[in-house]
Design a protein around this ligand. Structure first.
Ligand code: MEV
Length: 316
């Protein structure tokens, strides 16, 4: 159908927050996505119908940021809805929740849908730039990692710089993961600002932590390529500890991270901005994935089963 586009959800496997300062990160698209649809509207304005399933209060708390984001996208694309109105509808199987790229997925989906609706034939690189602009509506100074995963799919090495380094990490088979939702909506801007403040106050402590995260990224890339999931899991655990040290974890996140480990996950950590939102557990094989999912759900939390490395061909 004309005027449609999709954007993947994402999970950061290594180095959220550190990535804002140019430390390399590893991110995967997940097999869940947001779909945007554009239709003509008979009034000269923009209206939005957001039908995504969401964590309670997520949509209400993000509504101003969402409009800011869409207006940034329209401006970047040179589209003026004050003459010919449009209606944007959001659907898809990606939950609207903190930490799994809901904002980036919607920016990418909307960018693609607008490109299709107005016959702009934009490339993935152009969609990625537009989505980066849209992400600014949600979190001020995004690193670009989320929109990159949402646009291109797959497993990606991302390093922010004057020119971002974006490389696909080849893996032989998709790897099962479980995502656990704390049910708490988190504010990524506030989390990022908090890290900046503490980093400026404690430069020495933070330098030590940051140096180690850089090292972890290189070790993790090698372990992923070699299929050494035990090592990947160990590095995820260490990464979580460093994220705790920069104070972006929370009681619920630590609790779910431990539940996953106690039930056999090879590694687990918070994913995304933290302070609520979601955590991720590495659970290769359907059996382990099921076991960890059940353990988290038994504690009363919502889960999502998916795989690392989802791409267009791998949409569930
Ligand atoms: C949010 O998903 C990831 C952060 O590193 C922020 C960013 O990279 O823009 C916390």
């Amino acid at each position: 159908m004309k005027g449609q586009g999709i954007g993947f959800g994402k999970a950061i496997l290594f180095n959220e927050h550190f990535v804002v300062y140019g430390i390399p990160s590893i991110v995967t698209a997940i097999g869940k996505y947001t779909v945007a649809k554009i239709e003509p509207y008979d009034q000269p304005t923009l209206i939005l119908e957001d039908n995504r399933n969401a964590t309670p209060n997520y949509k209400e708390e993000k509504i101003d940021q969402q409009y800011d984001s869409i207006n940034r996208i329209l401006k970047k694309m040179g589209i003026d809805t004050s003459k010919n109105g449009i209606k944007i509808t959001l659907n898809g199987n990606l939950y609207a929740a903190s930490g799994i790229g809901a904002s980036a997925a919607s920016c990418v989906a909307i960018g693609r849908a607008l490109s299709d609706y107005y016959n702009l034939n934009l490339s993935d690189d152009e969609i990625n730039d537009i989505s980066y602009e849209g992400e600014k509506g949600y979190h001020g100074t995004p690193s670009g990692v989320d929109n990159t995963a949402s646009t291109y799919g797959g497993l990606i090495w991302f390093q922010k710089g004057e020119n971002n380094i974006i490389e696909k990490i080849p893996i032989s088979n998709p790897i099962e993961i479980v995502i656990g939702n704390t049910g708490k909506v988190a504010n990524t801007s506030a989390a990022v600002a908090g890290v900046r403040e503490r980093k400026e106050k404690n430069p020495e402590k933070y330098k030590e932590i940051f140096d180690r995260t850089e090292n972890i990224a290189y070790l993790a890339k090698r372990a992923l390529r070699e299929g050494d999931y035990k090592e990947v899991g160990k590095l995820m655990n260490e990464n979580h500890k460093l994220l705790q040290q920069i104070e972006v974890s929370s009681r619920e996140l630590d609790f779910l991270v431990n539940v996953a480990r106690e039930h056999g996950a090879l590694g687990s950590k918070l994913t995304g901005g933290g302070l609520g939102g979601n955590m991720i557990a590495l659970t290769p094989g359907k059996e382990l994935q099921e076991k960890v999912t059940n353990a988290i759900e038994k504690e009363g939390f919502q889960t999502m089963k998916t795989v690392i490395g989802a791409s267009r061909g791998g949409i569930e």
